[in-house]
Ligand binder design. Structure first.
Ligand code: TRP
Length: 337
């Protein structure tokens, strides 16, 4: 079998894209499209129905994510950018993978257990089989490199299990085992501005705890200026508190290394003034996110262009997906005449 590197990742079109998504995920996709010939990036619109069923909200969310992908630098000439719902082979593979997904293993997936525990919504079958659909997304192109964050590792493991089980059951080395991939040895964690040690998150109840890619300069600045810090170091070279360490981490993402160095020094000799420190982070954040935000707004209005991008992406994804499914149908015995 040909030995190709196939990169695939996706995002659910629910919630807003925040700086953590951009810095930790989308920037990585952009780098990958430069290094790998076969990249697929898609919008997991079917997945959104597991938690949200608002027909008026969805189109707007999908356009926004698409505009965000493009504004951040994903290039339709270098990667196939498409919608999950444009590829009927995905639900077809999902159906077959469901036949080899065990109820017990699905119930053990941490994200599913959390959903049950917090009891905020009714538990539907789609939520239970979320990892099976995700496995179908990945395996449909026989992808082997999947750039995802730490929170998706369990889902990826399920995709590996299903790939292996399919191969074992139907007697072939048909699917590769998909692996997580990140250019940075360590997965970067962008902390919540609340300083509670949690990650920046789209499901945080307080929108002030995250910088969103569509925040105005003023809003971004205000959020950073109000971020939790502490009362300041009193002894030289003391260890940083969780909130201050989070702010330094944020600064490392947006500011020049010399600037970070300067503030590290000030922290260590206790001359740091958090007001100036935060102002510097806010200024550099605005410089990084501002132009992307403006581009998102511009692209979002250009529905003709967005439609063209996903039409091209669909063509490429369909071709690859159909090729996989021809193999799958043959292997499972769906080839009668
Ligand atoms: N579950 C992913 C998330 O919530 C989104 C997703 C769906 C995905 N299918 C995928 C990511 C396939 C990578 C590969 O972020």
């Amino acid at each position: 079998m040909e030995n190709k590197e196939i990169v695939l990742s996706g995002v659910r079109p629910t919630g807003k894209i925040h700086f953590g998504n951009y810095y930790g995920a989308i920037r990585n996709f952009v780098k990958m499209q430069e290094s790998f010939d076969h990249c697929f990036f898609f919008i997991a619109d079917y997945h959104s129905f597991t938690t949200q069923k608002d027909a008026t909200l969805l189109p707007q969310q999908v356009r926004r994510i698409l505009a965000t992908y493009l504004a951040c630098g994903l290039d339709p000439n270098k990667a196939a950018i498409y919608l999950q719902s444009d590829i009927p082979q995905i639900p077809e593979l999902y159906l077959l993978l469901n036949m080899i997904s065990y109820k017990g293993e699905l119930e053990k997936v941490p994200t599913f257990k959390e959903k049950i525990r917090d009891g905020k919504q009714s538990v539907n079958a789609g939520l239970l089989t979320y990892p099976t659909l995700m496995a179908a997304d990945i395996l449909i192109h026989r992808s082997n490199k999947v750039p995802v964050g730490k929170d998706q590792q369990q889902h990826l493991e399920m995709a590996r299990n299903l790939a292996g089980r399919f191969n074992h059951t139907f007697g072939d080395e048909f699917f590769p085992e998909p692996q997580a991939f990140n250019f940075n040895a360590e997965l970067i964690k962008i902390m919540s501005l609340s300083g509670d040690g949690g990650k920046m998150s789209k499901s945080d109840d307080n929108p002030n705890n995250a910088i969103f890619m569509d925040d105005t300069d003023k809003v971004m600045t205000k959020k950073i200026m109000k971020a939790t810090a502490d009362s300041g170091p009193t002894e030289p070279n003391s260890e940083k508190s969780v909130p201050v360490a989070g702010l330094f981490e944020l600064m490392r993402c947006v500011s020049a290394p010399e600037v970070v160095e300067e503030y590290e020094k000030k922290y260590n000799d206790c001359s740091i003034q958090y007001g100036y420190f935060k102002k510097q982070i806010a200024e550099d954040m605005v410089k990084m996110v501002g132009p992307i935000r403006d581009k998102i707004e511009e692209l979002e209005k250009d529905t003709e262009y967005l439609a063209k991008v996903v039409k091209d992406g669909k063509e490429q994804a369909l071709e690859s997906a159909e090729k996989t499914m021809q193999g799958v149908r043959r292997l499972v015995g769906l080839n009668y005449f």
